[in-house]
Write a protein that binds this ligand. Structure first.
Ligand code: NAP
Length: 304
């Protein structure tokens, strides 16, 4: 028979882990399923400087601490990929690549996945990466590029500037989306340069990336640069595979809910970046985790 939990959380990022902490503190049995690695996106952030009370901490360390806190409270956490969720009024059946579980309540905290540029060779060439912290060391003393103008791109570029010979930031507009404080730091870093109003039109290299073809969107000028690494940081998309068959999602695939994290399906709650909302930050992910877990616990208590 499938093992049963009061609350089953899908996704082990800050939202899911915070939900696990709150649900365990409320005395519920909790299973958290994560398909890749605990900590979500934050685990690959070189330095987190906007989490209140922790002026500077590496993302990996923060992720470890969240995991340890949930574990110490008795949350069961497994690295398993959820294949499907079958929902009946009082019980949800969750099928993973390892087994089947049942739960009274589901919290979807499935986060986001990397957007891609859609260029030939993106998935096959060695040298294309989505994580500077994970892969940056492979490009020590080499020339690399970062594509994107948001905080992820800027943070990645700062991190890489400490390892690589040169870092070229390629952004499609002449204005950066990320925080001015990061832009300022980058402008003061000698081995970083900005190539603005420009898109990458081609990746070249045989098995490994050797360079990029660029097009300036204002002048139309085409040029090329030699790099051995390209770090794509062009934003995220919600993981919609599980959610769209279960609950109401918007046109972008984000789960619709109120600020109470209640979805269109009774007994299913949502937390973190996969929720339709204005501000997607570590703090709001954790806040969602707390709100969703509180609503989930209330739902469990009413159902008993
Ligand atoms: P983001 O803010 O959505 O930025 C994505 C960047 O990629 C934008 O500059 C965008 O250009 C560009 N882009 C999108 N599609 C593109 C395409 N097809 N071709 C070329 N460029 C493309 O994503 P993010 O940087 O991953 O950040 C996501 C969220 O996490 C944000 O809210 C961010 O503030 C937050 N975050 C915060 C921190 C922190 O320490 N505070 C760190 C990392 C992330 P346009 O600007 O022209 O749209």
């Amino acid at each position: 028979m499938a093992e049963h939990f009061d609350i089953l959380i899908v996704g082990g990022g800050p939202a899911g882990l915070t939900a696990a902490i709150y649900a365990r503190r409320a005395g519920k049995t909790v299973l958290l399923l994560e398909k890749e690695g605990f900590g979500g996106q934050i685990a690959s952030s070189p330095r987190v400087e906007n989490y209140p009370g922790l002026p500077a901490i590496s993302g990996a360390e923060l992720a470890d601490q969240l995991y340890s806190q949930a574990e110490a409270l008795g949350a069961r956490m497994e690295l398993e990929e959820v294949q499907r969720i079958e929902s009946a009024p009082a019980v949800h059946t969750v099928v993973t690549d390892y087994g089947t579980y049942t739960a009274g309540v589901i919290i979807l905290a499935t986060g986001m996945k990397h957007r891609k540029l859609g260029l030939a060779g993106e998935d096959t060439l060695k040298g294309v990466s989505y994580c500077a912290v994970c892969d940056g060391a492979f490009y020590k003393n080499q020339d690399v590029a970062v594509c994107g103008g948001g905080n992820t791109a800027l943070q990645d570029a700062l991190f890489l500037s400490g390892l690589c010979r040169s870092v070229t930031i390629i952004h499609r507009r002449d204005e950066l989306r990320g925080d001015p404080i990061l832009t300022q730091q980058l402008r003061e870093t000698a081995n970083v340069r900005f190539v603005l109003s420009t898109v990458i039109t081609e990746l070249f290299g045989d098995a490994s990336l050797t360079g990029l073809t660029l097009q300036n969107l204002v002048t139309g000028e085409v040029s090329s640069i030699s790099v051995s690494g390209l770090f794509e940081a062009v934003g995220q998309m919600p993981e919609r595979r599980l959610s769209e068959s279960l609950v109401s999602v918007d046109e972008g695939g984000f789960v619709r809910s109120g600020e109470d994290c209640v979805t269109s399906r009774p007994g299913v709650f949502v937390a973190g970046d996969c929720r339709r909302k204005e501000v997607r930050q570590l703090t709001t992910a954790c806040a969602d985790g707390a709100v969703a877990a509180t609503a989930a616990c209330r739902f469990c208590d009413k159902s008993h």
